[in-house]
Design a protein around this ligand. Structure first.
Ligand SMILES: [Zn+2]
Ligand SMILES: [Zn+2]
Length: 74
C-alpha cells in the first residue's frame, strides 16, 4: 500500500497507517495522530465523580479528515 496523498502528487511513499474515518492509507508526513482521553464516571450513589485516566487512545486520521473534524468541533 502507498500513501494516497503522495500518489496524488506523483510520489510513491509506503503507507504506515490507515485513516480511521475514510480508510485512506497515508505516510508519516500526511497522518495526524490524535490522543483520545479515556474518561469514566464513578457513581457513589449520592454523587458522581468524573475521572480521566493517564493512558490515552491513539487515533490516526488523514489531514483532510482531521480538518473536517476540527471544523465540526470548533
Ligand atoms: Zn504521503
Ligand atoms: Zn481520512
Amino acid at each position: 500500500m502507498h500513501c494516497y496523498l503522495c500518489a496524488q502528487e506523483g510520489i510513491q511513499t509506503p503507507a504506515v497507517a490507515v485513516c480511521l474515518a475514510c480508510g485512506m492509507c497515508m505516510c508519516m508526513k500526511h497522518l495526524v495522530r490524535d490522543q483520545l482521553p479515556v474518561e469514566d464516571v464513578i457513581n457513589w450513589g449520592f454523587s458522581q465523580k468524573k475521572v480521566r485516566y493517564p493512558e490515552t487512545i491513539p487515533r490516526f486520521l488523514c489531514i483532510p479528515c482531521h480538518n473536517a473534524l476540527l471544523q465540526k468541533e470548533g
